[in-house]
Ligand binder design. Structure first.
Ligand code: SF4
Length: 230
């Protein structure tokens, strides 16, 4: 597994748990607002951390942290991700997996083997407009995302969906459409876009959306969901 970054402690990325976080390299999408562009291409020369370094640290600190967040890039592109997770779990730690949903086979396997304690999945856009953000050239990629989305929804494993609000590409109405995909009791985060370091250097920043106002409207229309701004 290619690891491009390691954060020894996060109090924000695993709900109600203290965790360390690894950033894997390589991704199946090319989101224009990606704020980890150095992690998109697996062959880029970025910080390199070995699995052993991560596992040694976790072994040493396992009494002080609850779990590990695995994020990217897109972690599921790594064939040995499951083996790595098993080693983390063997230390008695919880595992949260962040995914863009493009590998339903991997998520299905992890569900069958009960390897993941919490899923966070991106919901990039409405299904019809998904590839305006993902920009994948692979045929069937959005069907794969939909499969993963449905699998996580019916998994019984704690999970959240989240959308980065990109006014250059989303309309207010799109968030109401996306929230409509969720089931009662599910959690949906709207994340404010972070301009600055992004994959596309000249993002359209002229359009604005009031995320707080959108969240207020969503809560009113979907009281059965847990919707928050992040
Ligand atoms: S924001 Fe998009 S391109 Fe960046 S890591 Fe996530 S899925 Fe990949």
């Amino acid at each position: 597994m290619l690891i491009g970054g390691f954060q020894k402690l996060t109090l924000l990325d695993y709900p109600e748990k203290t965790a360390a976080m690894v950033f894997t390299r390589g991704c199946t999408f090319l989101c224009p607002f990606c704020h980890n562009p150095e992690l998109i291409f697996a062959d880029q020369d970025t910080e390199h951390v070995t699995e052993e370094e991560v596992l040694d640290y976790l072994k040493e600190k396992k009494k002080m942290i609850d779990g590990l967040v695995i994020t990217g890039g897109e972690p599921t592109i790594h064939k040995d991700l499951g083996d790595f997770i098993k080693k983390v779990r063997a230390l008695g730690l919880f595992v949260k997996l962040d995914t863009n949903g493009t590998s339903p086979e991997t998520v299905e396997r992890f569900l069958n083997e009960k390897l993941v304690d919490y899923f966070a999945m991106d919901l990039k856009h409405t299904w019809e407009k998904y590839n305006l953000i993902g920009r994948s050239k692979k045929e069937g990629m959005i069907d794969d995302v939909r499969k993963t989305f449905a699998m996580i929804q019916s998994s019984g494993i704690p999970h959240e969906f989240r959308t980065t609000v990109f006014p250059g590409c989303h309309s207010e109405e799109d968030f109401f459409t996306m929230a409509g995909y969720l089931l009662p009791g599910e959690t949906y985060f709207l994340q404010n876009i972070r301009y600055g370091k992004t994959l596309e250097k000249n993002l359209d920043q002229s359009k604005k959306l009031d995320v707080t106002e959108i969240v207020r409207g969503l809560k009113e229309k979907f009281p059965e969901l847990a919707i928050e701004e992040r």
